[in-house]
Design a protein around this ligand. Structure first.
Ligand code: NIG
Ligand code: FE
Length: 412
């Protein structure tokens, strides 16, 4: 199957060489071709360029994209889309004045979702989760990281991993699984947290590795969850199984998780709603990318990650949804790009770079995804007609996407 897209008003993120990350100043430009075409064969981008250089090529499908923008699909590097049920009652509790922390202390929060997930069958969990994924794909997401962390028992965490594996097999989207067993302290381990950590280290990590699908380890490094020492113990144990860290740090408090992540060669450090100069220094010169999650700041009413400080320090930045039932129940990357501009003062160019190539980097897939480059996989978005790509973030909470190509297949 081959597809040709012609008369593209603006082709974004078109790179001759295989970029894999954009840092600091580099994030300020989107490599753009005005009046362009793209040719895709099977699942691969074969050719692209200016319409004036286009020479007729035979294709099974030809799309006239006159007046439309084409760019790589969104790369959502942080999600928790495998969960059961919802937490609408806690949402109302928060409206009535309780904080996220107060709800968690009452046994709500992550523990509430864990209880529901443990009682949900594997098939039902799969059905609920793939439905969410399909909604995200229709809104332009082509690659998603999915974390465990609502199981909190060996059996339920492995159930989540099997569901993620099945999603990976059945969806055209790229799925990157991450083991987040250290997401909260299960109720039965409340007064014996060290035993839960021991269970993760001695039983869960080895068993998860045997499933052969997971390459990343996550820990919620936060007051009331896992402290720095406990986070380190888990990262050290995971290292022996070749699991690279992608960790939750600095959401509510600064514990030193960023420097620890860098020390353990984390692929990404995520959240960073709280951030100090030491954290920024720790990231300089590292291979670890910071990831901001503006949907979580929006929904919980907590600070937005200081994107300007990060980018102006010459660092890269990715943005992702954090889609989960408690702190960010939306997986719409278009809204994330918009809120990065509106709330984090990122330019449209920076936000689009953060949501494509840098998101791909934060999942370890930027050699094959995240830009329009010959030889990369064909995960592309075609927008509705618009005058300029800045309309994508400008029209906040609109859906700017008209058509989606995933793994070379046109979905609508
Ligand atoms: O990334 N911070 C920890 N984990 C999720 C929230 C999980 C939940 O509330 O269910 C997050 O915000
Ligand atoms: Fe998260």
């Amino acid at each position: 199957m081959s597809t040709l897209i012609l008369n593209i008003k603006q082709l974004l993120q078109a790179h001759e060489s295989n970029v894999t990350i954009l840092k600091g100043e580099e994030m300020k430009t989107l490599s753009i071709i005005e009046d362009a075409y793209v040719y895709i064969d099977h699942d691969t981008i074969i050719e692209f360029g200016k319409m004036e250089d286009y020479r007729p090529i035979e294709a099974d499908i030809t799309i006239d994209a006159a007046g439309k923008i084409v760019l790589p699909s969104w790369c959502d590097s942080h999600s928790h889309i495998v969960y059961a049920g919802d937490r609408t009652s806690e949402f109302v509790d928060r409206i009535n004045g309780l904080s996220y922390e107060e709800i968690a202390n009452k046994g709500g929060g992550i523990l509430n979702s864990a209880k529901v997930l443990q009682d949900t069958s594997e098939d039902e969990l799969f059905e609920q989760s793939i439905k969410r994924l399909n909604e995200l794909i229709a809104m332009g997401t082509g690659a998603v990281e999915i974390k465990t962390g609502y199981g909190l028992t060996v059996e339920a965490e492995l159930k989540m991993l099997r569901v993620i594996k099945r999603i990976k097999q059945e969806s055209l989207a790229v799925i990157i699984p991450t083991l987040l067993a250290a997401h909260a302290i299960p109720a039965e381990y409340k007064s014996k947290k060290q035993e839960y950590i021991k269970l993760i280290i001695e039983e869960l990590i080895p068993k998860a590795s045997q499933l052969n699908i997971v390459h990343y380890i996550d820990v919620f490094c936060e007051k009331g969850y896992f402290n720095l020492k406990e986070t380190e113990a888990i990262l050290a144990a995971a290292k022996a199984y070749n699991l690279q860290p992608k960790i939750h740090v600095n959401q509510f408090n600064i514990l030193g998780g960023i420097a620890l992540g860098v020390e353990y060669n984390a692929l990404s450090v995520d959240h960073l709603e709280e951030l100090n100069d030491k954290d920024i220094e720790a990231l300089k010169g590292s291979n670890t990318i910071p990831v901001a999650l503006p949907g979580c700041s929006y929904f919980l009413g907590i600070p937005y990650t200081k994107a300007r400080d990060i980018i102006d320090a010459g660092l890269p930045l990715a943005i992702a949804t954090d889609y989960n039932p408690g702190s960010a129940p939306s997986g719409n990357m278009n809204f994330i790009v918009s809120s990065a501009c509106v709330k984090m003062k990122m330019t449209p160019e920076e936000a689009i770079n953060a949501a494509t190539i840098n998101g791909a980097y934060a999942m370890g897939i930027s050699n094959m995804y995240g830009s329009i480059t010959r030889g990369k996989k064909a995960n592309l978005l075609i927008t509705k007609p618009m005058n300029h790509y800045s309309e994508i973030p400008y029209g906040f909470a609109h859906n700017p996407i008209e058509q989606v190509i995933i793994n070379g297949q046109l979905l609508n």
